[in-house]
Design a protein around this ligand. Structure first.
Ligand SMILES: Nc1ncnc2c1ncn2[C@@H]1O[C@H](COP(=O)(O)OP(=O)(O)OP(=O)(O)O)[C@@H](O)[C@H]1O
Ligand SMILES: [Mg+2]
Length: 495
């Protein structure tokens, strides 16, 4: 297997002051199952593009074999029997390869694309976030499948998933890249330990700098005094010719001056050391949300509900009572009708021919805020979107800045943002809406671990009412007050 050699790689997008990569040197063996991790916007997807030669850069990248990307690869010809074999290995139904792509669920599309990708011999797969539409079992099966493969790069924010199927880890940090021959969790734990000891060293340095500062101040006031008395001594020497005293004062002043210089040097060194500490520390600012207080204590009631798409029954719900302040996790396997339910409640069903039978009470005048799964429709700058959505632009900007957006990202067309950044825009818009009920469909897809924790904290500690679909176990366990599982009515209502 070839070795990719990267020398002095430097790259920034046109018009962006921030360099995503600066003088990076790396040697990557293409037989590794390499995890590529890092916070949203650090340049993971861009790194894959650089390997494929799709972006101009400084430095050299050599030894990259022929690559194929996920998502993508639809244009390549593959032999059916190979795809079938890979689908079987994945534990997926091989017949999905004969179904029209539009009829496949997100998870099925992912599996088919990956099966095609691994049907090419001698091609190096570059896989960018494959887990998003997969439920827990789907992720486990895919991890198992990938663990049996040789040589790929895999981007994901799911630590557990990466641990199960990769043997090397490349992390893009705030200041560069770190490569280890270990799992992502091992890197994470080592990094936490390093940060902990850097924090302790930082506190120690802080103390030392303070005391040196104090000493400098004291010293310069002494030196000042010594200088004055030296001058005085000098003046009086004309009269008294006090030779010894003059020499003594001069010496004292010189010593104090040199001590001051010394202290200053020491201080500068410590400050310099302090600067390099914690440069990689990831911080998240606290977000806020304030839903409105709707007068209705039970804003939504569903009873014996059947959801239909173009007349076909999709899902059934026996009873769902939403009380103010509830945070309801909508659960169930891929394709059981979770998104259909959310779209119905959001009043967005018409487009997909969604209709209902049974009792579906939604309090009149209920203000709904919806975050859908798909980010591909985002267009225009943040202020254009704010105007379009009638959102408070200042509030939206404040939230996005807290989420790590800089001026350039706020001004640029949102279609050029990274996937996680796009999702942040959608969540930030929702946080601005002061709604009576929040309907979030897989809000954490593409969002990095740090931001996930912050969103989890925010929702958990607020009194908003929310219905959500999410596969992130920690979010479900920590946030939900109850759950609802639509029953799939496909296959004549038997599944
Ligand atoms: N065409 C572009 N012009 C300017 N900046 C861009 C462009 N495309 C991406 N960027 C910026 O470059 C940075 C890296 O983007 P990239 O998509 O590589 O990040 P990522 O690590 O894959 O993030 P995510 O986890 O959100 O997918 C981001 O800040 C993004 O906004
Ligand atoms: Mg990306």
């Amino acid at each position: 297997m070839p070795t990719i050699i990267i020398k002095n790689l430097t790259f920034a997008y046109d018009g962006s002051e921030k360099k995503l990569f600066e003088n990076i040197n790396l040697t990557l063996d293409t037989s590794w199952r390499l995890a590529l991790a890092g916070r949203n916007g650090r340049g993971k997807t861009s790194f894959l593009k650089l390997l494929r030669g799709e972006l101009p850069y400084e430095g050299t990248i050599t030894g990259v074999p022929e690559t194929v990307t996920f998502p993508g690869g639809e244009e390549l010809e593959v032999e059916d029997w190979k795809v079938r074999k890979e689908l079987n290995l994945m534990g997926a139904d091989p017949d999905i390869m004969y179904r029209p792509v539009e009829t496949l669920s997100g998870g099925e599309r992912t599996k088919l694309m990956l099966a095609r990708l691994f049907s090419y011999d001698g091609i190096y797969p570059l896989i960018d976030e494959p887990t998003n539409h997969l439920d827990l079992t789907g992720r486990e099966k895919l991890a198992e499948y990938l663990a049996g493969k040789d040589g790929f790069i895999l981007i994901s924010h799911d630590r557990n998933f990466l641990d199960r199927c990769t043997d090397h880890t490349l992390v893009i940090t705030k200041t560069g890249v770190e490569l280890t021959a270990a799992s992502y969790s091992t890197w994470w734990e080592n990094n936490e330990q390093r940060m902990e000891s850097e924090r302790a060293r930082n506190a120690q340095l802080h103390k030392e700098i303070n005391s040196i500062d104090k000493a400098i101040k004291q010293n310069s006031s002494w030196a000042g005094k010594a200088e004055t008395s030296k001058n005085r001594a000098h003046a009086s020497s004309k009269v008294a010719e006090d030779h010894f005293r003059r020499a003594y004062e001069a010496e004292k002043s010189r010593k104090l001056m040199s001590l001051a210089k010394n202290l200053k040097n020491r201080n500068e060194k410590k400050l310099e050391e302090k600067k390099s500490l914690l440069a990689d520390e990831e911080r998240s600012e606290q977000l806020k949300i304030s839903g409105s207080e709707h007068h209705n204590k039970t804003p939504v009631i569903l009873k014996d509900l059947t959801l239909l798409r173009y007349g076909e029954p999709i899902a059934g719900i026996r009873e769902l009572i939403v009380n103010r302040g509830d945070k309801i996790s909508i659960q169930g396997a891929n394709g059981c009708g979770k998104s259909t339910l959310i779209k119905h409640l959001a009043g967005l069903g018409q487009e997909e021919g969604i209709s209902v039978t049974g009792e579906s009470y939604i309090a009149p005048g209920l203000k709904i805020s919806y975050v859908g799964q798909d980010t591909s429709a985002l267009r225009g700058s943040v202020s254009e979107i704010a105007a379009d959505r009638r959102a408070d632009k200042t509030l939206l900007t404040t939230i996005l800045v807290k989420m790590g957006f800089d001026g350039n990202m706020l001004l640029r067309d949102t279609s050029t943002l990274s996937l996680g950044q796009k999702k942040c825009v959608m969540i930030a818009l929702s946080l601005c809406e002061h709604a009576d009920i929040y309907l979030w469909d897989e809000p954490l897809n593409y969002i990095d671990v740090y931001m996930r924790q912050e969103i989890e904290r925010l929702v958990k500690n607020s009194n908003i009412t929310m219905l959500f679909v999410e596969h992130d176990r920690s979010f479900i366990d920590n946030v939900s007050t109850k759950s609802c599982t639509p029953q799939s009515l496909r296959d004549n209502g038997t599944s």
